[in-house]
Design a protein around this ligand. Structure first.
Ligand SMILES: Cc1cc2nc3c(=O)[nH]c(=O)nc-3n(C[C@H](O)[C@H](O)[C@H](O)COP(=O)(O)OP(=O)(O)OC[C@H]3O[C@@H](n4cnc5c(N)ncnc54)[C@H](O)[C@@H]3O)c2cc1C
Length: 354
């Protein structure tokens, strides 16, 4: 174990000496193609060292003081055009980097239903210019009603609108995942990010910061950022072939949508549409979250419950019946809403090791 820290320490010292532009004799050529060396050369020619940027903190809420352009412009590859990959691409592009996103799927289309975007994320997204792309897509709910599982009695109420905007400087949104993904995609393209679908990365070449696509193409960059999801292949590559997969946390969630045109005619549930709000039924080890998305056309529902079995053994054909069984004793209003679900998917809830 003693020797393990040494190479890392040597590497760190070496990089620091290279970055110490006053004291270093100059960058040596290597006998192999080195992207790091090219990067350091460009850094040497840059007007300022990169860490000087951090000394001058920028208020991200102050639109008159936009984030500085990066001093050194990098060519960056992002793998995965999920919400994580697109957000990364937008943030990097806004600093002036040249960004290309490679997405494995033949087309974009987030699986799942709605997503909550609380102010810590909406603040950033709006700062990045996503506002116009969210128009007509995102909904700002009035409040979160936490309800007792047996009868729907309100246990607590959190006012969201306009309180969150006032308190946190940004709204609390709910939105269909596909709408959020497309909003981010459009913004990314508008900023000049290149997004390629049907472009799965097969191999990560760590030494040369390049990726090999499934079709055999090789692309290099100064930096590769992997945002390839919970089953990440990049994670395995970075960990030297040994994966550290995400682990089940003991719960699973059913995700479903109910057409609001159906609920409108049912007095037991039509009141849920009166004001766009979130309703969260809480019971022992289970909860059900519901809110309207898609411009008010659908109810998004997430129903969580304890689950320890291996997801590969789950039978997606019986999930609808299983889901109804889990909540059959609950508030009759909720049971009515659940009875209007015609299809659902069961998702494991996983947690990653840092
Ligand atoms: C039930 C549930 C509810 C949730 N609710 C919320 C919520 O309300 N608010 C919230 O903020 N978060 C929520 N989350 C978490 C959130 O959904 C995830 O954190 C987020 O979607 C992860 O995005 P990602 O881009 O990292 O991964 P993913 O969405 O998995 O995207 C990864 C992308 O990489 C692509 N890819 C994979 N391999 C390759 C490859 N080799 N080459 C190229 N591309 C590749 C995939 O096709 C995919 O498009 C919820 C999660 C669950 C399960």
């Amino acid at each position: 174990m003693d020797g393990e820290g040494e190479p890392l320490e040597r590497c760190r010292n070496h990089i620091e000496s290279l970055l110490n532009l006053d004291g270093h004799a100059g960058l040596q050529e290597t006998s192999y193609p080195s992207r790091s060396l090219n990067f350091l050369k460009r850094l040497q020619g840059a007007p300022q060292r990169i860490d000087h940027v951090a000394e001058d903190p920028v208020d991200p809420n102050d639109r008159k003081n936009p984030l500085d352009e990066a001093k050194v412009k990098l060519r960056i590859i992002v793998t995965g055009a999920g919400l994580g990959g697109l957000a990364t691409a937008i943030a990097l592009r806004r600093r002036g980097h040249e960004v290309t996103v490679f997405e494995k799927a033949p087309e974009l289309g987030e699986v799942g239903a709605g997503i909550q975007v609380p102010p810590n994320s909406s603040r950033l997204l709006l700062e990045w210019g996503l506002g116009p792309y969210l128009k007509g897509r995102a909904i700002e709910p009035e409040a979160i009603h936490m309800r007792r599982w047996q009868n729907g009695e309100i246990i607590s109420l959190t006012k969201l609108r306009p309180d969150f905007q006032k308190r946190y400087g940004a709204p609390y949104y709910v939105i269909h995942r596909v709408n959020l993904q497309f909003a981010m995609y459009e913004l990314a393209l508008g900023l000049g990010v290149k997004v390629r679908v049907n472009a799965g990365v097969k191999v990560y070449h760590l030494e040369s910061a390049s990726v090999e696509l499934e079709n055999g193409e090789i692309h290099d960059a100064d930096l590769v950022v992997a945002a390839d999801g919970v089953k990440s292949e990049a994670r395995k590559a970075v960990l030297g072939g040994e994966d550290q997969p995400a682990v089940q946390c003991g719960y699973a969630a059913y995700r479903a949508m109910v057409d609001t045109a159906l609920t409108r005619d049912e007095p037991e549930v039509s009141w849920l549409l009166d004001v766009p709000g979130q309703n969260l039924w809480i019971g022992k080890e289970r909860h059900v979250m519901s809110y309207t998305i898609a411009g008010g056309k659908s109810f998004n529902m997430v129903l969580s419950h304890p689950e320890h079995s291996d997801p590969s053994t789950w039978n997606q054909e019986t999930v609808l019946k299983d889901m109804k069984h889990h909540f059959e004793e609950w508030d009759p209003c909720l049971v009515k809403l659940i009875s209007m679900i015609h299809t659902t998917l069961k998702w494991p809830l996983l947690s990653g090791k840092p």
